[in-house]
Design a protein around this ligand. Structure first.
Ligand code: AMP
Length: 544
């Protein structure tokens, strides 16, 4: 017997309609790419999104067509997403930080038909355009006065493009399983692979993200997604903030400590989300200037592990609660969030911190397990570790065009490529990416754990650990350090600092100091580049 409830397809543009109707005057504030702060609201954005939809339909864009965006977090970028999805086309976020060859590969693989881009990327788009085989329309997200002079075929300014669009355009109706968004994983090996979100998965994921024990969004919140929309959907915030009616603050292209602090302060931001590298810059800026952020209540840190010292600095010095989160492009992206539970909320702070350093517990809608090399499930005892596998309604079941099929098993589990432990309280801890873990004398060493402790040293700005070949132990850890400006530390000081904080046999065999640690297009430490640079490094312990 079937239930007798209504069929109300979960379509993402219903979110902007809801926001326009019930939170219509709630502000959306952007630091525009042109420079000035621009103020709008959900009612205006809903109208302008319909103009985008109608103008795209005028170009012949229809159900299933891919429409690319290469843009910062701005009001116009949000409008393009809702406009694109409102006709059943697919927004495809291009990460401008990728190498040009990778962008060309991705856009051609996706067969993008239109490209919306910010003025920042005009030169890049000019260089790429001759190689983008399927893109027929180039729309720069600005007005005629600011349109860059660039040799891009048929270039048009966004404001001109939507000027004659119909602001009462009727959204299309279609099945909720229809493709909605496309994002390629940066993939450190092989070609990038496309993750194709559906309307249903995006709407369900927005519900999940908003929950009290996830991001805890409320209409009274002012939310600033610093994490770019081209990095795994800005962690759902372009959907979950309007769903709830939060004020939305969009930082545009300026992500340095000074600019971020200015937006957080002036717009009364209560909740924000970004990767640790952004927070490193902000914390250094706050330390230098003595400024504080009295309105901020919580900060989401994810994309890479949040070091203990960073969590402590936010919570103790600035009174801002940290929610450590883990996820992946393939998971829309949220997988776990580190909010407190009844069994740990009353513990002494140092013990609470132990939990906050873990990657968190999964909300409803994410199933997880860890498996050994034989694919057998490992115990959830907080000690056994194995490859982390996940399932859920907002988790990919395949990559676009069937690539990377090996990551999905017959029972519908997706292999994350992360190595993790699960504890009896439901918290998950990432030990490493499977390909970064160090295998020393048959035992595994967690590079993430050593890095997170090393950055707690007062002179250390950033730390990375890689495995280097060793004649006796196969591999041993090498600690790579970037010092804070004006600070110093020796190899011996750092090793002494680690002593007692990690197992003896995890102790790095050597320390090297570098000016900079390379990062991937999504802000993670680029271990492949470090392994290339230091792969042949001769450890002092290798001589014997
Ligand atoms: P991406 O799809 O680019 O977001 O990358 C996903 C990967 O980032 C995950 O598989 C993890 O390896 C890593 N990652 C994300 N969040 C965390 C976190 N909180 N701690 C450690 N690693 C993380």
């Amino acid at each position: 017997m079937l239930g007798l409830m209504q069929d109300w397809p979960l379509l993402v543009h219903k979110i902007i309609d809801h926001a326009a109707t019930y939170h219509g005057t709630r502000e959306v504030v952007t630091r525009s790419v042109e420079g000035p702060i621009v103020r709008s609201n959900y009612a205006q954005i809903a109208r302008r999104s319909r103009k985008v939809a109608s103008a795209l339909e005028g170009l012949g864009i229809a159900l299933g067509d891919r429409v690319a965006t290469m843009a910062w977090n701005t009001q116009r970028h949000i409008e393009t997403w809702y406009g694109i999805t409102g006709i059943g086309a697919v927004y495809h976020t291009l990460n401008p930080r990728l190498f040009p060859d990778q962008i060309v590969y991705i856009a051609n693989h996706a067969e993008d038909r239109v490209l919306f881009f910010d003025i920042t990327f005009a030169k890049l788009v000019e260089e790429l355009a001759p190689r983008l085989k399927t893109v027929k329309h180039y729309i720069c997200l600005t007005d005629a006065a600011n349109l860059p002079k660039a040799n891009i075929p048929g270039l048009v300014a966004y404001e001109d493009f939507i000027a004659d669009g119909d602001e009462s355009f009727a959204w299309k109706e279609f099945d909720e399983h229809t493709a909605c968004g496309l994002c390629y994983t940066s993939g450190t090996t092989g070609n990038p692979k496309g993750v194709l979100y559906s309307h249903r998965s995006n709407v369900l994921h927005a519900f999940v993200a908003a929950q009290a024990d996830a991001m805890g969004l409320r209409a009274v919140d002012s939310v600033m997604p610093i994490v770019p929309m081209f990095h795994a959907n800005a962690w759902a915030l372009a959907f979950s903030a309007p769903m709830v009616g939060c004020k939305l603050v969009l930082p545009g292209p300026k992500l340095d400590g000074d600019s971020v602090c200015e937006m957080l302060t002036n717009e009364g931001v209560t909740m924000t989300a970004a990767v640790p590298t952004v927070w490193l810059a902000l914390l250094q800026y706050l330390e230098k200037t003595g400024k504080t952020l009295p309105k901020m209540s919580r900060v989401i840190i994810g994309g890479s592990a949040a070091p203990r010292s960073m969590i402590e600095a936010f919570e103790k010095q600035y009174g801002i609660t940290v929610i450590h989160a883990w996820g992946m492009t393939e998971m829309s992206p949220l997988g776990t969030l580190g909010t407190m539970k009844p069994n740990n909320i009353d513990l002494p702070y140092e013990q609470q911190l132990d939990y906050k350093c873990r990657q968190g517990h999964p909300p409803f809608g994410v199933e997880m397990k860890i498996v050994g090399d034989d694919d057998r499930e490992q115990p959830r005892d907080g000690h056994a570790f194995g490859r982390l596998k996940v399932r859920g309604p907002a988790v990919a079941k395949a990559y676009f065009r069937g690539e990377g099929a090996g990551s999905f098993d017959e029972d519908g589990w997706f292999d994350t490529g992360d190595v993790a432990t699960l504890d009896p309280d439901g918290y998950m801890t990432i030990t490493d990416r499977a390909k970064d873990v160090i295998k020393s004398g048959g035992e595994w060493i967690s590079t993430i754990e050593i890095e997170n402790i090393a950055v707690g040293h007062p002179s250390v700005a950033e730390a990375a650990v890689i495995g280097v070949a060793h004649p006796k132990w196969d591999e041993r850890p090498l600690l790579i350090i970037v010092l804070k400006a004006g600070k110093s530390a020796t190899r011996e000081e750092l090793l002494t600092y680690l002593t007692g904080k990690i197992a003896k046999w995890w102790m790095p065999d050597d320390v090297v100091f570098v000016d900079e640690i390379p990062h991937t297009a999504t802000g993670k430490i680029q271990k492949t580049a470090l392994r290339e640079r230091f792969g042949k490094y001769r450890l002092p312990t290798a001589a014997a």
